[in-house]
Design a protein. Structure first.
Length: 598
């Protein structure tokens, strides 16, 4: 990270000497100040970049609306028009969760034109006002006189004292300004400090917890001095330094493993005890990767929003968002994996601690019927449970399906093909009692497995057909709170053999407006199918287009590459259904459905 500093032009003093004259030394020239910034820029991050919407309200009450990029960056070119002090509010998603954060812009920040938005900038606001930042933003007129450079500096120094060990361990410069120093959300230096913190903001205080050791937690009352508080003792600086560097290493390992085409090199990334989707040998893990995502060779960003969840000794649990271009199955989702040091002390991919031939992820699913006047989305919890591919291959062909939606659906019991567990039980908000996953669905086309996922035999549509947890999700009753947690129990002989907690980010509330894409062109005739659309939000990511024709059961998937806005095919009959799948800036899965069947 390079911190923006200005180099002042030194004045050169010349003395004019003239014998017998009254000449005096000339007045030293004044240093030339650096040019003032023309635009306001900054980074919104929590240790992962926040993708979302940013609003600025200035001292005159004027508001400015911006969006942040996937790197958490934003830019407001009309910097000179913003009357300081001003407050910033970002609403978006990062690390699989929904976030609302606040920051501050003072007159002296306008010189270099930087205003970051992080949990620490929000703490600075609350320390100055002794109020929650949300309350200050709502009633800005009552508090704007409090925001002076002196008070901001005092609050920041107190907060630096609290986090001193972390800042030193991550090699953050002593003069780094939380509000106005340039940084990137790249898992290093200052950004790595953000990822080590779990901060709960309350009306009159904040609870700050060190994620690698949750026993280290302090309460920061907004109306008291924080200068005598320290989150982590300085004796742990070396330990913190190792942990702070970890996410960047995990990110590099994941990206390298995915696009590696040499099996011998691939295995060097694996820990000796690595397990992944039920594979327990390097050869098995490599082979499964090759069969599912072996064609992912482009050096693009496949993994995003990495976040440290847990540290146990030398083992680290990391959550991350996946985005594939050529996966045989899902194009994206949220996943988690362990990393650990090997005997030489190098970080390697451990995967799963237990031999679980499945990885469960939860998403918020919103389905909208484009042909209907009412565009109110149906809310569901998507349950992505994809078993080990070899387990799917072992299922006899008599259980092959061509589509979930074809009558006569054939499912098998989990317990007949997976020995680790019999069922999976999920409990939490919006789920009636518990969701029991007990089946496996296998889809085959032209002799190749094109789908394989877990299913629940008791989750049905109103008309009696089974509901797909991957495609349709579990229907929610009564709504869900943002960032709701769910308990996942892997059951064997009615006992839990493994328990984990998963969460989903933002859900859907009444009045939320979705930035749906607009259909530009459509040709659904036999032999000339073409679908083009115009994205309505730069924050959304198109993933898959699913289509079905009138003479073929099931559907065909078109994986959408980055930047593409068109899919086409000359091999399909007349199209009667299109499902446009995407992820919004909160990580929610959106399905826009067009039905042309009579």
């Amino acid at each position: 990270m390079q911190i923006l500093k200005y180099t002042m032009i030194a004045a050169t003093i010349s003395f004019l000497c003239a014998c017998g004259s009254d000449n005096k030394p000339s007045t030293p020239s004044k240093p030339t100040p650096p040019p003032a910034a023309e635009a306001l820029t900054g980074t919104s991050a929590i240790g992962a970049p926040i993708l979302g919407q940013l609003e600025i309200i200035d001292a005159s009450g004027k508001k400015y609306q911006l969006v942040t990029t996937k790197e958490g960056k934003f830019e407001q070119k009309a910097l000179k028009q913003i009357k300081a002090p001003a407050l910033l509010k970002v609403v978006g998603a990062a690390a699989g969760k929904s976030h609302v954060l606040y920051s501050l812009l003072l007159e002296n920040q306008k010189q270099n034109g930087i205003a970051n938005v992080t949990p620490l900038t929000q703490l600075v606001i609350s320390r100055i006002t002794a109020k929650s930042a949300a309350d200050v933003y709502t009633n800005f007129e009552d508090y704007k006189a409090d925001f002076t450079a002196e008070k901001v500096n005092e609050a920041q120094q107190e907060l630096k004292s609290v986090l001193s060990t972390l800042l030193k361990a991550a090699k953050v410069d002593a003069d780094f300004n939380f509000l106005s120093s340039k940084f990137d959300a790249n898992y290093t230096e200052f950004d790595s400090v953000l990822d080590l913190l779990d901060i709960t903001f309350l009306a009159d205080k904040a609870i700050v917890t060190y994620k690698p050791d949750t026993q280290l937690s302090i309460t920061l009352n907004y109306n008291e001095n924080w200068g005598n508080k320290t989150l982590v003792d300085d004796s742990k600086q070396n330990e913190v330094a190792q942990t702070a560097s970890f996410i960047a290493k995990a990110d590099k390992i994941l990206e390298s493993m995915l696009i590696e085409q040499d099996s011998a090199k691939y295995k060097t990334y694996l820990h000796p005890d690595a397990k992944w989707y039920g594979e327990t040998t390097p050869e098995g893990i490599w082979q499964q990767k090759e069969e599912i995502v072996g064609e992912e060779t482009d050096a693009i960003e496949h993994y995003r929003d990495l976040s440290l969840l847990e540290v146990t000794g030398d083992q680290y649990l990391v959550a991350f968002t996946e985005h594939f271009q050529k996966s045989k199955f899902a194009s994206g989702g949220r996943a988690r994996a362990w990393f650990s040091k090997n005997a030489e002390g190098k970080i390697k991919f451990l995967g799963q601690k237990l031999d679980l031939p499945v990885n469960i992820a939860l998403t918020t699913k919103l389905s909208i019927k484009a042909n209907e006047t009412d565009k109110t989305p149906t809310l569901a919890i998507g349950v992505n449970g994809f078993p080990n591919l070899n387990k799917c291959k072992a299922i006899p062909s008599k259980y092959d399906n061509v589509s979930w939606f074809v009558p006569g659906l054939k499912l098998v019991d989990i317990k007949d093909y997976i020995s680790t567990f019999d069922t999976i039980e999920i409990t939490g908000e919006g789920i009636n009692d518990k969701l029991v996953i007990d089946k496996i669905y296998k889809e085959v086309k032209d002799g190749e497995i094109t789908g394989c996922h877990l299913a629940a035999s008791q989750v049905k549509q109103p008309w009696g057909a089974l509901r797909s947890l991957v495609i349709d999700g579990y229907p929610v009753s009564g709504g869900i709170k943002d960032n709701a947690n769910y308990t996942i129990k892997y059951m064997k002989n009615n006992e839990a053999v493994y328990v984990e907690t998963l969460s989903i980010g933002k859900t859907h509330a009444e009045g939320d407006v979705l930035a749906l894409p607009k259909m530009e062109k459509l040709d659904r005739d036999a032999g000339s199918f073409s679908y083009e659309w115009k994205p309505s939000s730069p924050l959304w990511i198109d993933t898959d287009i699913w289509v079905s024709d009138i003479n073929s059961p099931g559907s065909q998937r078109f994986a959408v590459k980055k930047g593409e806005t068109k899919v086409s095919s000359k091999s399909l009959d007349k199209i009667d259904f299109i499902n446009h799948s995407m992820f919004d800036n909160y990580g929610r899965s959106i399905s826009l459905q067009y039905s042309f069947a009579k």
